[in-house]
Design a protein around this ligand. Structure first.
Ligand code: MEV
Length: 437
C-alpha cells in the first residue's frame, strides 16, 4: 500500500475526532485500533488541545515514585515519568545508601537566565559594544517594563553583557540580557524582554537585530548536590566496599578522560533528572540541552566533554559524590501549571518552588549516576534490566498476568530472554497443567 498524502488542508482546524479519522483512514486501521490514544481523566481532551497543536489523543508514560530521598534534611517522595526499567529502583537504592550519611545536600544559585540578542551588520562593533554597555540602565528599564509581575515577586532583568564574535559572515555582536526569573522556567519572560530590546539595540549598534531568544546554556542558574556513600554499604557480589569504591573512582576517571564514556556517564545523570522534569511538567529538552552543553563548556582546554559529577573519598574511605549543572526548571507557568498530573506530582513532592525542585533534581541526578557507576563497576547493569525485560518478553509472548512471573523467572534463570523461548516456556507451563489454558 503506497502511503497516503500527508498534505491535509486545515488539519489543525479540525476536531480531534476528525483528525483521528484522517489518520485512521490513511493507515487502514479500525476505529478500535485507536484506543491507545484515548485521553484519560488525568488529561482531558480539551486541555490537550490547549497544550499543543494537531492533537489526536494522549501518550501515557509509566509514572513511579522514588523512595528514600532526603534532601537538605527533608524527606521527599520523588515523581519520575519514563519508559526505562531500573531507573526508579536505582535512584531509590542510591538514596537509601546516601541516607545512611544524612542524605543529599543541595543548593542552587539565583535563577538567572540569559536572553540573547544577536546584531549583524554593525559598522563599528567595538564602539557599539561600549555604547550598548553605557545604555545599560535604559535597556534594563525597557526589559523590566515588559514584566511588572516578575518585578513585583523580586525578579526581573538584572544585567547586560555584550560579546563580540568573529564569524564567517563578519563581526557579530551578541547581547546577553541576564534575567532573574524566580519560580518560572523563564523562556516566556526572557524571550519577551529580549524582543523588547530590539528597537533600542538597533539604534545603538547601527546594525540589524537578528535573533532574540533564551539560551539553554544557563551557566548562571546552577544546581549542586553532594552526598556521602559509606564504603561498607557498597560491598556485595563478592566484592568489598573498598573494591567497589575503587571501581567507581576508575569509572569516573574513564568519563573524565574519554568523551565517548563521558557522554553516557552524563546521560545516566539525565535519566533521573529528565524523568522528574517530565513528571513535574518541565521542559526536559531544555534541561538536556543545558546539561550536555554545560559538560562541553566545562571541558578542559583541548577536551570535548567533562562529567557533570565528581567522585573522591573521605579520609575514612567513604565515597563522596558531587554534581553541578544548569537546571532551568519552573513550578509556575508552562505545563507545570496546567497539567493535572504534574500539579499533583508537585504537591506530593512538596517543594516550595523552583529552587527546591532544582535541588531535588540535582540529588536525583547524583543518585542515578552513583547507582549506574556502582552497577557498572560491579555486576553490570544488564542483570537488573533483564528481570523487567523478561517480564515484557513474557507478556509479548502471550503470558496472562498470572503466568508472567513464572515465565520471566525461567527466562532469567536460563539467561535466555527471547520471545521464541518465552513461547516454549509458556507452552510447557500450560501443558504441565500448572496453568489452565
Ligand atoms: C542507561 O540508560 C544509563 C547508563 O548507561 C549510564 C552509565 O553508563 O553511566 C547505565
Amino acid at each position: 500500500m503506497s502511503p497516503a498524502s500527508t498534505e491535509v488542508k486545515g488539519f489543525y482546524r479540525r476536531s480531534v475526532e476528525e483528525r483521528r479519522e484522517v489518520l485512521r483512514e490513511a493507515s487502514g486501521l479500525a476505529s478500535s485500533d485507536l484506543a491507545p490514544w484515548q485521553p484519560g481523566p488525568g488529561l482531558p481532551s480539551g486541555l490537550l488541545e490547549r497544550m499543543i497543536e494537531n492533537v489526536v489523543g494522549a501518550f501515557a508514560l509509566p509514572l513511579g515514585f522514588a523512595t528514600h530521598f532526603k534532601v537538605n534534611g527533608v524527606d521527599r517522595f520523588v515523581p519520575m515519568a519514563l519508559e526505562e526499567p531500573s531507573v526508579v529502583a536505582a535512584a531509590s537504592n542510591a538514596a537509601r545508601i546516601a541516607r545512611l550519611r544524612g542524605g543529599f545536600s543541595a543548593q542552587v544559585t539565583p535563577p538567572v537566565m540569559i536572553g540573547q540578542v544577536s546584531l549583524v551588520g554593525v559598522p563599528d562593533p567595538h564602539a557599539a559594544r561600549l555604547r550598548i554597555l553605557a545604555a545599560r540602565e535604559e535597556l534594563l528599564k525597557i526589559a523590566n517594563e515588559k514584566d511588572p509581575l516578575l518585578n513585583r515577586v523580586g525578579g526581573g532583568a538584572r544585567d547586560l553583557e555584550v560579546h563580540l564574535r568573529s564569524t564567517a559572515r563578519g563581526p557579530l555582536l551578541v547581547v546577553h540580557l541576564l534575567v532573574d526569573v524566580r519560580d518560572a522556567m523563564g523562556a516566556n519572560a526572557v524571550n519577551t524582554m529580549a524582543e523588547a530590546l530590539a528597537g533600542e539595540l538597533t539604534r545603538l549598534s547601527g546594525g540589524r537585530v537578528n535573533l532574540r531568544i533564551i539560551s539553554n546554556l544557563a551557566i548562571h542558574r546552577l544546581a549542586r548536590a553532594s552526598a556521602t556513600f559509606p564504603r561498607e554499604a557498597l560491598e556485595g557480589e563478592g566484592r568489598t566496599g573498598a573494591d567497589v569504591v575503587e571501581g567507581i573512582l576508575d569509572a569516573y576517571e574513564f568519563a573524565r578522560n574519554d568523551p565517548f564514556r563521558c557522554s553516557t556517564h552524563n546521560k545516566g545523570i539525565m535519566n533521573g533528572i529528565s524523568a522528574v522534569a517530565i513528571a513535574t511538567g518541565n521542559d526536559f529538552r531544555a534541561l538536556e540541552a543545558g546539561a550536555h552543553s554545560y559538560a562541553a563548556f566545562k571541558a578542559p582546554p583541548g577536551g570535548i566533554l567533562s562529567p557533570l559529577s565528581t567522585y573522591e573519598t573521605t579520609p575514612q574511605g567513604d565515597l563522596v559524590g558531587t554534581l553541578e549543572l544548569p537546571l532551568a526548571v519552573g513550578t509556575i507557568g508552562g505545563a507545570a501549571a496546567v497539567h493535572p498530573a504534574a500539579k499533583l506530582n508537585l504537591k506530593i513532592l512538596g517543594v516550595s518552588g523552583a529552587r527546591e525542585l532544582a535541588e531535588v533534581m540535582a540529588a536525583v541526578g547524583l543518585a542515578q549516576n552513583f547507582a549506574a557507576l556502582r552497577a557498572l563497576a560491579n555486576e553490570g547493569i544488564q542483570k537488573g534490566h533483564m528481570a523487567l525485560h523478561a517480564r515484557n518478553v513474557a507478556v509479548t509472548a502471550g503470558a496472562r498476568p498470572d503466568e508472567v512471573d513464572r515465565v520471566a523467572t525461567r527466562l532469567v534463570q536460563e539467561h535466555v530472554i527471547r520471545q521464541d523461548r518465552a513461547r516454549e516456556v509458556l507452552e510447557d507451563l500450560r501443558r504441565a497443567g500448572s496453568s489452565s489454558p
